[in-house]
Design a protein around this ligand. Sequence first.
Ligand SMILES: Cc1cc2nc3c(=O)[nH]c(=O)nc-3n(C[C@H](O)[C@H](O)[C@H](O)COP(=O)(O)OP(=O)(O)OC[C@H]3O[C@@H](n4cnc5c(N)ncnc54)[C@H](O)[C@@H]3O)c2cc1C
Length: 499
Amino acid sequence: MNRNSMLAQLDENKTWDVLIIGGGATGLGAAVDAASRGLSTILIEVEDFAKGTSSRSTKLVHGGVRYLEQGNLKLVREALKERGWLLKNAPSVTHTLGFILPSFSFFQKLYYGTGLKLYDFLSAKLSLGKPKFISNKTIEKISPAIDQRNLKGGIVYYDGQFDDARLAINLARTAAKHGAVLLNYCEATALLKKKIKSADKQEKVCGVVAYDYMNNKTFEIKSKTIINATGVFVDDILQMDNEDAADIVTPSQGIHLVVDKKFFPGNYALMIPKTDDKRVLFAVPWHNKVVLGTTDTEVEYITDEPIPLEEEIRFVLEHANRYLKTNITQSDVCSMFAGLRPLVKTKGVTNTSMISRDHIIIVSTSNLITITGGKWTTYRRMAEEAVNNAIFVAKFEYIHPVTKNLPIQQSEFDSINYDDTIENIYSVENIKKFVEQEMAVSIEDILARRTRMLFLDVRKALLAATVVAEAMATVLQKDNNWIQIELDNFTQLAKNYLP
Ligand SMILES: Cc1cc2nc3c(=O)[nH]c(=O)nc-3n(C[C@H](O)[C@H](O)[C@H](O)COP(=O)(O)OP(=O)(O)OC[C@H]3O[C@@H](n4cnc5c(N)ncnc54)[C@H](O)[C@@H]3O)c2cc1C
């Protein structure tokens, strides 16, 4: 997957079958689905692939135990199916993980135990293992950091875990393998429209005006269908189409704190079943660190680089500390990150944690197909529905989707040991592969998404920045001025990842 060879495939005279705006989970999934059905497919992403919400998740491939409590059985069952398929199709970036749910009374144990049995039952043949009751003694053995005071044992259940940004890059590579063209740092700045038939009352979308930030070039891309998969930004595209279109997204921020494994050793995750705002909170082992989160805060301002709020940091630490023997403080945080959920506006619901995590598809009168909401776990299903709609509006002959059993590309970088030396992880040879095979163009792309160092350990990422910048400059034949600008930009950005 090489940016120059992608650019070489652009042809202003060509009309694509499917054009996707947005290179997060949903858009990349749609590119894989459309290309693997044999449709000519192009995707443009204004930043880097997965720069937005799709690199900032809790890293769980799950049905959502919480949604079961809200009575949304259909959503849970669908997501559990997707969980099963994703674990099979992308084994290099996903795995099964055991979760401990601590109990403080017999009633609690029975209540959550019954719920988790139902959760497993709904996964049917794709079960990852039956939940079981465990004693305090077992908890001490498998997860010694959990505070045993007042504890009456607990339950172990199983869900999936993944590396979100690595999966995104692998999806991009899978789409490319099936013939899709994908461009990062390329923005859809306007929609092109025309009347398809003279009898049409309304103009239909037929392409976009795109801006390539790497070459400072504007060009047109023509396409028979357009999928708007821009996450929390879908309203911008909807309003490009129709300036009177109402907003459909309520953005809700969630943050994570990453701490050293010593605060929560072992191979199990912790699930805190009820926070003060009636949600769940996790402590999840990830790349030999522990991710704590998340929050659910309605925000006004939509950005691709949201910053955790002071009260969110306090909230996460306070809740984790209630369950752990050793108190974690702000100074123990190795990294923190925030993401914005594209929640679908729901009439009469004032609390974002109560808004359904289901997705929505809208086909505008211009034939613009907009898809948002949902979860990373359900990206494949969402993509399939979006492409089905594209086939319908363009009256293409129906081709069956194949992604349920389609292997997703794997990479040697899916299993990086982040405790290895900076020189080994960021050797010139590796940097060359990130640039030439995974379309990294900035040091942030390499430190935040091709590898996850920024999300795991900001201080180590800052130490690695110079090594990465110098190696990239060699590969891309850039001068010292470029190195300095890259280092300044990254240092500035990294400040947002520490409390
Ligand atoms: C805190 C948090 C925790 C989560 N945890 C989980 C979890 O554990 N498991 C799970 O399954 N789900 C989880 N989710 C949900 C999941 O992360 C999201 O549902 C998913 O990432 C959304 O993907 P998307 O592609 O729709 O949006 P995005 O990832 O935001 O992608 C949209 C892309 O469109 C691009 N774009 C915008 N405008 C333009 C334009 N004009 N031209 C070109 N490109 C444009 C943006 O730059 C962006 O990259 C979590 C979400 C949050 C916020």
